[in-house]
Design a protein around this ligand. Sequence first.
Ligand SMILES: Cc1cc2nc3c(=O)[nH]c(=O)nc-3n(C[C@H](O)[C@H](O)[C@H](O)COP(=O)(O)OP(=O)(O)OC[C@H]3O[C@@H](n4cnc5c(N)ncnc54)[C@H](O)[C@@H]3O)c2cc1C
Length: 507
Amino acid sequence: MTMTTSALDEVVRALHGVLRDDQILTSKTDRYNRARVPAPFPVHLWSERLPDLAVLPDTTDEVSAVVRITNDLRVPVVPRDGGTGLTDGASPFRGGIVVDLKAMNKVHSLDLDNRTVTVGTGINMLKLNEQLAPHGLFYPDDPASYPCSLVGGRIGTSGWSLIGSRYGHTRDLVLSFDHVLPTGDVMHVGDGGGHQISKSSSGYQLKHLFMGHQGTLGIATEATLKLFPKPEAELSPFWAFDNYDDAYRCVGALARAGVATFAGAVLFDEYKVAYLRRDDEAYIPQPADVRALVCAVMYGYEDEVRAAGRRLFRIAQQHGARYLGDEISEGDWAARHDRYATPLHGRTKDGQVIPMSWHCEDAAVNYTNLPAVSREWHRIVAELRRKTDIFDDWGMFCYTSGNTGVDYLTEIDVGIWEQRLDDEAWALWVGAKRDIAAAALAHGGSISTCHGSCREGEVDLVPQELGRGFDVMLDIKRTLDPNNIMNPGKYQLDRAYDDRGVEGVGR
Ligand SMILES: Cc1cc2nc3c(=O)[nH]c(=O)nc-3n(C[C@H](O)[C@H](O)[C@H](O)COP(=O)(O)OP(=O)(O)OC[C@H]3O[C@@H](n4cnc5c(N)ncnc54)[C@H](O)[C@@H]3O)c2cc1C
């Protein structure tokens, strides 16, 4: 709790004027549940990240009324959808009110002629696709968190989709949305005056500004999304390699081939394979001579996917690939949404099994710089492990970000013995995160492809990555959120108020 009892009473009184009793949650459990994120969590600091209360609005008008109250009373407000974000975006750093959008999960309208759907931003992609399936349509935003992240959180993070090379990522798939500004005003964000235009030259292109801001510029409440025919066929061959270099060259060649149904390619490096062999054999059986893996994914009509598959198989064979067979290929690709939940254990240096949670750091890196970044990142995590058993290197993935293969999402997975995190271990981790981000920047990359970069460590380098652009961010933040109520403490945006003393809102 950060508010005094009387201030909290005043907020609750005002909220009762715009919400039902059951939409205002003040219990300890309700508040604790809305502070946690799945990223490495400093459990010992949990109580410092608690909201004072949470609200569960049903409509845009209710969200607007809540934000208006928080702006008038100078109370921090944090939007939260699935709470699966990995960069603390939905964790309240200053107490205040968490606006939980889960109840706004309806399909409002489905337009079969224009192939769009309008939804409350509290719906998730799995539930939406269940409702679209009878119409032969689907919404192809496909993160590994597909069943548990929600459309509003995808907008808040400008999320990255595993099949983005074929259909685009969240920013391409969301046509437009209603958005509550930090003052409580409601605006419609998107191209054109209507809700279903995908390209316009009128005015500034504001859609991208209101995506990926991690809830620092307002709350998306209702979104219109592009739909596609549900693919008739999916082909996801997994190939094994006896060395990383061939696999790396293969993944680049697959991406550069220009195959229309190509939805993405994934490279598992030698550390990831060693980890899978050690602790995760349920997924991909790994003979000892396998050192790296590549998966390519194609979606489309049966005829085009089969033809595309023949071409990609030829390319893979030219690079020394060994096909792992249909059962393993289909099985592993199907497991892409749930594999992160296991094994939830790691090893001490002397081989004892210990409880560990999965954590990852991601960056956007050009194809040519991937090997250098990989080497540097593994060195950083090895140094952590040398110091303490709390950290374990679980290897790296690289995924194409687009169909030309120019850049990749690259992610290093780190096992962390979370219960053992104390101030000292946390400081080690924060330092490593900063070094990981610095390595991406030193190689011309971006600190994050999809999760955002507002956690301790990496956030320090955001001004360096953006240069003059960071000052523009400060100007925008100050203009749209004059009282710094919207998710304060994130992205170093408090600096926008340095000369005005407004940063003290909340904690
Ligand atoms: C196992 C696992 C796998 C993952 N795989 C992927 C992946 O493949 N691709 C990927 O992109 N991400 C992935 N993530 C990260 C996470 O799922 C995404 O960042 C996702 O977009 C977050 O959605 P959410 O609904 O959980 O949002 P939350 O965590 O609730 O919020 C994320 C951010 O958006 C803000 N926000 C929430 N709702 C709104 C709103 N309505 N309007 C404005 N801002 C809002 C929040 O304040 C916060 O800053 C993964 C996470 C996990 C745990």
